[in-house]
Design a protein around this ligand. Structure first.
Ligand SMILES: [Ca+2]
Ligand SMILES: [Ca+2]
Length: 198
């Protein structure tokens, strides 16, 4: 029996093997670290985007719900309707309590939605007062107006004659994140105030 060969085979790792093993594990660790960082960034981005979408969806829903009642005029004597219609300002009235005026608050009968470009906010004001923020981090907001045949009424602000023709309002909002202005989401919604033109 030659005992030298088995002894040699039982030797531990050579320095070269150790170096190779170390290099490989460093590569694997580096890869895993990069994977983890990119996963975490994806997750953070998603969280920021969902927060942004919630913010803009909530603001949009509150606005469109209220706009649906524009022109509500059950007593036929309040003169309710669209008071101001511009690209970034929309003021509407409605006689929600049916007492022949549009002056009452809570529920508010005279509401203005506007885009505040300085603060990047969608605002809501009552009775022509100061707007309060409904949603922040809004990069842009635009109202578009259409008549009963679907034709766009494009001369803004609309004249009183054109305001009376409005049957559909399209709201488009582009929101961004506070952290990163390059991430945006655009949301559009159509409102057909059912009392306009009645
Ligand atoms: Ca009223
Ligand atoms: Ca009243």
């Amino acid at each position: 029996m030659n005992e030298k060969t088995p002894v040699k085979k039982r030797q531990g790792f050579s320095l070269v093997e150790l170096m190779v093993a170390l290099a490989l594990s460093l590569l694997v660790m580096g890869f895993l670290a990069r994977l983890f960082i990119s996963q975490k960034k994806n997750y953070d981005d998603q969280a920021v985007i969902s927060e942004m979408q919630e913010n803009v969806k909530t603001g949009m829903l509150m606005m469109t719900t209220e706009l649906t009642s524009a022109g509500y005029n059950p007593a036929g004597a309040a003169g309710a309707g669209i008071i101001q219609a511009d690209a970034t300002v929309l003021r509407v009235t409605m006689d929600l309590n049916g007492d022949k005026d549009v002056l009452d608050l809570n529920p508010d009968e005279d509401v203005t939605f506007a885009y505040n470009s300085a603060n990047k906010e969608l605002t809501r004001a009552t009775s022509g007062g100061t707007g309060q923020a409904l949603a922040g981090n809004i990069q842009s907001m635009a109202f578009a107006y259409f008549d009963g045949s679907g034709n766009a009424l494009t001369t803004l602000p609309l004249s009183s004659g054109n305001r009376a023709l409005v049957r559909r309002i399209k709201v488009t909002i582009t929101a961004t994140t506070a952290k990163d202005a390059s991430k945006t989401r655009t949301l559009s919604s159509d409102v057909r105030p059912r009392n306009l033109g009645l």
